[in-house]
Design a protein around this ligand. Structure first.
Ligand code: UT7
Length: 395
């Protein structure tokens, strides 16, 4: 007889951040901004940028493979793969099907989920429901986003905020009774066009005109998103905590979506929670959208901030508008995180179309900036050598 499913718990976690680092000073060379403005208004110091051969699927597969290793499972133990992303490799097929093959799984169902920066929390809740409904025993939930290819590097109000990366967890069925557990997910469509990419979908397929008008880049009303974020984070967090039958003082560590340190500080003040109980790593990654919470969770556990029995709260907000929070008890041995080191990023490969060779996918200004910052710049030219500097050429 199958053992009863009484609870779900995270058994594996992992992340992948691309190697290329883009600092605020780098950005200040191509857009009218400064390190001082970005740090004081957002808390971001640097972000990672996916290289030409990396995609949402490749980053997701590496993070996913690491989470499976940490869980002590084999890829084929996974029954369902959910990839939360708003920057899939293609409109179709789903990124999750590419990930399934890349991680060496031969049997899982696979699907993408788009709830923007709230995607990981929505994915976690989907996994929880599949397991509680006995449709799956182990679900791989991945948040992977590659927004640096969808940013207008002439728009200083957006291009400084985002970075690339992926994070993952394995959520597993357990016969043990659940500890505290509370969920809230929400949507507020009045904010639909406050944070969006106008073209590339069925309302406005790609055309020379849509490209010329920059309609494939992210657009955002920053102050309106900011107001929504501070309100939605506090409200969804409170509801999830109540549903877990906890009080906010019972939460050992809050892991909020890493968008802006001012938002996180405002939420901490609103909830009367000291900043020491808010996990923040956006200074090194910027806003990685659906990846931000699983990356933060992996770093929190691996840096010793989480112990068995701790009560955690993950809370997100994003385009849509969407929001979500989950309060739960941590049950896995944090030391298992060391197993992720066995997965080398270069060992994970994603299938490519045999008859199609895309050109370098990086936006021209970003590609030029990275080429100029690289120590291997053409002819040995350093980044400050204007005569050989592709950034100057791109201006
Ligand atoms: O996952 C969800 C993603 N989105 C978010 O989380 C965004 C939420 N919003 C925010 O984080 C903030 O609204 C921003 C960081 C985007 C902007 O901060 P703000 O304090 O709301 O600034 P603002 O938009 O009101 O702009 C203030 C000034 C403007 O100049 P003027 O008109 O006062 O002369 C902007 O043009 O700051 C200017 N500005 C910049 N200056 C230097 C905007 N971006 C920059 C920049 N560098 N990168």
């Amino acid at each position: 007889m199958r053992e009863p499913v009484r609870s779900t718990r995270i058994t594996g976690w992992g992340m992948h951040a691309p190697e290329l680092v883009l600092t605020n000073a780098d950005l200040a060379r191509i857009v009218d901004t400064s390190d001082e403005w970005i740090i004081s208004r957002t808390g971001i110091r640097e972000r990672r940028v996916a290289g030409p051969d990396e995609t949402a699927a490749s980053m997701a597969a590496i993070a996913g493979r690491r989470a499976i290793a940490v869980a002590g499972l084999e890829p084929d133990d996974i029954d369902l793969i959910v990839v939360a992303t708003l920057t899939p490799d293609h409109l179709t097929p789903s990124t999750a099907t590419l990930v399934r093959e890349a991680i060496g799984n031969t049997r899982a169902a696979a699907m993408d989920l788009n709830a923007a920066c709230s995607g990981f929390v929505y994915g976690y809740v989907t996994a929880h429901a599949f397991i509680k409904g006995r449709l799956a025993r182990h679900v791989l939930v991945i948040g992977s986003d590659l927004l640096t290819r969808f940013l207008d590097y002439d728009d200083r109000t957006t291009c400084v905020l985002f970075g690339d990366g992926a994070g993952a967890v394995v959520l597993s069925a357990s016969p043990e009774p659940s500890g505290a557990h509370g969920i809230e997910i929400a949507a507020e469509p009045a904010g639909a066009y406050k944070l969006w990419i106008p073209a590339g979908g069925s309302r406005r397929p790609a055309s020379p005109e849509s490209v010329a008008r920059g309609e494939h880049y992210l657009r955002m009303d920053g102050p309106d998103v900011y107001r929504y974020a501070t309100r939605a984070i506090a409200a969804t967090a409170r509801t999830a905590i109540e549903r877990a039958r906890l009080r906010r003082d019972d939460i050992d560590l809050f892991i909020p979506h890493q968008a802006n340190s001012r938002i996180i500080e405002a939420v901490a003040r609103g909830l009367h929670v000291p900043m020491e109980r808010m996990f923040v790593n956006l200074d090194r990654y910027g806003n990685t959208s659906a990846a931000s919470i699983p990356i933060a969770l992996a770093e929190a556990v691996d840096s010793g901030r989480v112990a068995v029995g701790d009560r955690l709260l993950v809370v997100a907000f994003g385009a849509g508008f969407t929001a979500g929070a989950v309060a739960f008890e941590w049950a896995a041995d944090p030391a298992a995180g060391g197993r992720a080191a066995a997965i080398d990023a270069s060992s994970v490969a994603v299938r490519r179309a045999a008859d199609w060779q895309p050109p370098n996918p990086l936006p021209a200004k970003l590609a030029a900036l990275l080429a100029a910052s690289s120590p291997a710049a053409p002819d040995g030219a350093g980044p400050d050598d204007a005569s050989h500097n592709p950034v100057e050429a791109a201006r």
